[in-house]
Design a protein around this ligand. Sequence first.
Ligand code: SF4
Length: 97
Amino acid sequence: MAVDTEGEVRCGNVREKTFQEILDDSEAFQRVLDRNQLQGKCGRCRYKFTCGGCGAMACFESGDLMGEDPTCSFEPEEDGRDLPADAPMTAVISKQP
Ligand code: SF4
């Protein structure tokens, strides 16, 4: 997202609408905020609602803003049940190679 010197945001103008209205009215932003749209390992990762990966890196790598984050070294299991939902973040870090 970018705001230019005229106040223009890709999905609206902050001089015409509140930022919240721009977010709420934008199909693109709503898609980004819907973590159920995440693809690849981010889509099956139990941390997708707290992490979700970096959309910029996903877009750079695959062209899909909702693609998996190629910079993450965490590898969720194929079935999405890699760790208990209440696992502390240290458990995730200790599983890193
Ligand atoms: S922890 Fe890694 S795989 Fe899981 S959502 Fe975040 S970036 Fe994606």
